[in-house]
Design a binder for this molecule. Sequence first.
Ligand code: FE2
Length: 307
Amino acid sequence: MSVTGCCSCLPNSFVLRFAPQIAEFCGVDELARSLYLNVLFIGDVVGRPGRTALRHLLPSLKDETDADLAIVNGENAAAGYGITEGTLAELLEAGADCVTTGNHVWAQKEAYKLADREPRLLRPANYPSGAPGRGAGIYEARNGVRVGVLNLLGRVFMAALDCPFRRGDEELEALRAECDVVIVDFHAEATSEKRAYGEYVDGRVAAVIGTHTHVQTADEQVLAGGTAFITDCGMTGPSDSIIGVDKKVIVQRFLTGLPAKFEVPKRADSVLDAVVVDCDEATGTARNITRICRSHPSGEEASGDQR
Ligand code: FE2
């Protein structure tokens, strides 16, 4: 009889030591599965609809993908702009192990202190020195593997920060000294910049996952050196919108050229875009990357669910 799911929470060192016994009692498939490191990455969570979809979908998605670690980009979690203590708590309660950000990280004033005191919240590492918070962290996956997460911000069509390539190298050196697997959230506008970064670190990290555009791209792949890559992971937020924002406001802005306040609907049918990366901790690279897109109808929310 094969018992499934019994070994996935065991440290790999233990699994390796008792591999013959695990194979005998639980089956070879379970042995192989318990040695995998699956990292689930969720695309930019936008406003309340995004947080609601995450809360409803993430727990089952973690089970389904056998995720050992869940990373969520939360830079639009607070009504589309930045992140607050309350919205960060919602993402963590939903099952995020680490929350990355991007160009809107400082949009909410409380993010300054939050970034300093909450190690599970990252801001892009290439902000000039002296910025609050940290741009990289190490998190323990369910199977005991220490996973480094690095958050970087591109510079094409965005504010000119320190060079993400060179600043990233400094962080990578420190991360690789302490962990076997590194995942990078490269938050950027230009597809070329994201792909260039993927090629630059190919073979040195397990995955480069692009974020920011809120549109999931269909170019997921493992690059020649073994790094999993996707230009953009996509969005977790209102589907009937323009990248998460009320579509009428955006159309009007294009028609008139006048500034308009971006509004995220409070309640809406949503999508959850994600990727899961099958990492090889022995080499620090990836075996596979799979794109995920789920929907969450707003009608499925419990009545009174108004957070
Ligand atoms: Fe962004």
